[in-house]
Design a protein around this ligand. Structure first.
Ligand code: IPM
Ligand code: MN
Length: 381
C-alpha cells in the first residue's frame, strides 16, 4: 500500500442564498478533517442556479457539468430564490438541479433524519414522540413523474388547455434503488418500509412487486412492510420512531422527506446524499433561504453533515465519523446558530459555528491518534 496521501477532487457548487455561506463552513470542516485524518481535498467551485444566471451563464453551465463529471464527488449548497422565479422554465434553478441529478445518474437520494436523545423539545411534535428518532428516507431520484416520458410541455398545455405528467418506472429502476435501501437497512435496524399508492396506481403495483421479489431473492433477513403513501404521511406524524428505512419513489419521497425533515424542529440539521453508479452529489436538505442570506444566521450543520456523508462515500469513514462527533461535541457544548438558539445556549454566527466544528475535529482525531494538539478554535478546553 502506498503511503502517499489520497487526494480527492471535489466539485463545489455553492449556488444561491445561504448556499455559499454554509458551503464555506462545510469546506472549512472538510479541510480540517483532511489535515487530521491524512488525505487531501481539491475543492474548486463552479457556478450553478441563479448565481450562474446572474453571471450571464446558463443555469447549469457546460463547464460546471464537465467539472462535476470529472470529480470524485460533488458538493452543492442550495439553488433558487424569488429573484429568478420569473425566468423561462428551462432556465429555472430547479431545472439545473434536476438536470445535474440526471447527468450524474444519482438515482438514490438518502435523507437521514435524527433527533439526538434530549433534543426532542425543538420538534413541532411532542418531544417524547421524536426523542431518539433515527430514520432514513431513500427516495428514487432520476425517474418517476419528475422525468415522465409522455408529459406535456408548457406550450402545448397552454395551447390545448390540457396538461399531463406521467409517473413511469421500469423494473430495473425500482430494483436498483430498492437494493440500496435494503443494503442500508442491513447496517441499521433491518427494517424497510416501502411506500407507494398500489391501491390506485399501476406504476405502484409494479413498484411493490419488484420490491417484494428483490426482498425474497436477496434480502430475506430484512423485515419488509408496504404502506400507502397517505398512511405513511400519517404514521410519520403519529409514531415516527416506528421507521428505520423508508423506500419510495421520486414524488412521494419529495413530499415525505420534507415532512420527515420538520420532525427535528430545524431544517438546518439535515444532510443528504444522492448516489448512483458513479460519483455522488451531497447537499443540505434546506433551500437557499434568501431572507436570511449573508447575515451569519444560517445553520451550517446540514452542510457539514453532508460533507461527512461525502467523506464516507469516497472512503474516508474515519474522517466522516470524526466530523459527526465534532459536530455533536459542539452542540453538546451549547453552541447554537440562530435557528436553534434558546435560553441556556450560546449564540454563534454561521462562521463561528463552522470554525468551532473544524477546531473540534483536531481534538476528536487527536484523541484517536494519541496526540492532543488543539487548534485555536477548539471549544473543549
Ligand atoms: C428537493 C427539492 C427539489 C425536488 C426541487 C428544488 C426541484 O424540493 O431536493 O427536494 O423537488 O427534488
Ligand atoms: Mn423537496
Amino acid at each position: 500500500m502506498s503511503t502517499e496521501h489520497k487526494k480527492y477532487q471535489i466539485a463545489v457548487l455553492p449556488g444561491d442564498g445561504i448556499g455559499p455561506e454554509v458551503t464555506d463552513e462545510a469546506l472549512r470542516v472538510m479541510r480540517s478533517a483532511s489535515v487530521c485524518y491524512g488525505f487531501e481535498v481539491d475543492t474548486p467551485s463552479y457556478p450553478i442556479g441563479g448565481a450562474a444566471l446572474d453571471a450571464g451563464q446558463d443555469v447549469l453551465p457546460e463547464e460546471t457539468l464537465q467539472a462535476c463529471s470529472e470529480s470524485d464527488a460533488v458538493f452543492l449548497g442550495a439553488v433558487g430564490g424569488p429573484k429568478w422565479d420569473t425566468v423561462a422554465v428551462e432556465q429555472r434553478p430547479e431545472r439545473a438541479l434536476l438536470a445535474l441529478r440526471k447527468a450524474l445518474g444519482v438515482f438514490a437520494n438518502l435523507r437521514p433524519v435524527r433527533v439526538p436523545e434530549g433534543f426532542g423539545s425543538a420538534s413541532p411534535l411532542k418531544a417524547e414522540l421524536v426523542d431518539d428518532l433515527d430514520l432514513i428516507v431513500v427516495r428514487e431520484l432520476t425517474g418517476g413523474i419528475y422525468f415522465g416520458p409522455d408529459s406535456t410541455n408548457d406550450e402545448s398545455a397552454a395551447k390545448e388547455g390540457r396538461a399531463y405528467s406521467t409517473m413511469a418506472y421500469t423494473r430495473d429502476e425500482v430494483a436498483r434503488v430498492a437494493r440500496i435501501a435494503f443494503g442500508l437497512a442491513r447496517r441499521r435496524r433491518s427494517r424497510v418500509t416501502s411506500v407507494d399508492k398500489a391501491n390506485v396506481l399501476a406504476v405502484s403495483r409494479l413498484w411493490r412487486n419488484v420490491v417484494s421479489e428483490l426482498h425474497s431473492a436477496e434480502f430475506p433477513d430484512i423485515e419488509l412492510e408496504h404502506l400507502y403513501v397517505d398512511n405513511a404521511a400519517m404514521q410519520l406524524v403519529r409514531r415516527p420512531r416506528q421507521f428505520d428505512v423508508i423506500l419510495t419513489g421520486n414524488l412521494f419521497g419529495d413530499i415525505l422527506s420534507d415532512l420527515a425533515a420538520t420532525l427535528p424542529g430545524s431544517l438546518g440539521m439535515l444532510p443528504s446524499a444522492s448516489i448512483g453508479d458513479g460519483r455522488g452529489l451531497f447537499e443540505p436538505v434546506h433551500g437557499s433561504a434568501p431572507d436570511i442570506a449573508g447575515e451569519g444566521l444560517a445553520n451550517p450543520s446540514a452542510a457539514i453533515l453532508s460533507a461527512a456523508m461525502l467523506l464516507e462515500n469516497v472512503g474516508e469513514a474515519d474522517a466522516a465519523a470524526g466530523v459527526r462527533s465534532a459536530l455533536n461535541k459542539v452542540l453538546a457544548s451549547g453552541l447554537r446558530t440562530s435557528d436553534m438558539h434558546a435560553p441556556g445556549t450560546t449564540l454563534a454566527t454561521t462562521v463561528e459555528f463552522g470554525a468551532a466544528v473544524a477546531g473540534e475535529i483536531a481534538v476528536v482525531s487527536g484523541s484517536r491518534n494519541g496526540h492532543s494538539e488543539k487548534t485555536e478554535h477548539s471549544i473543549s478546553s
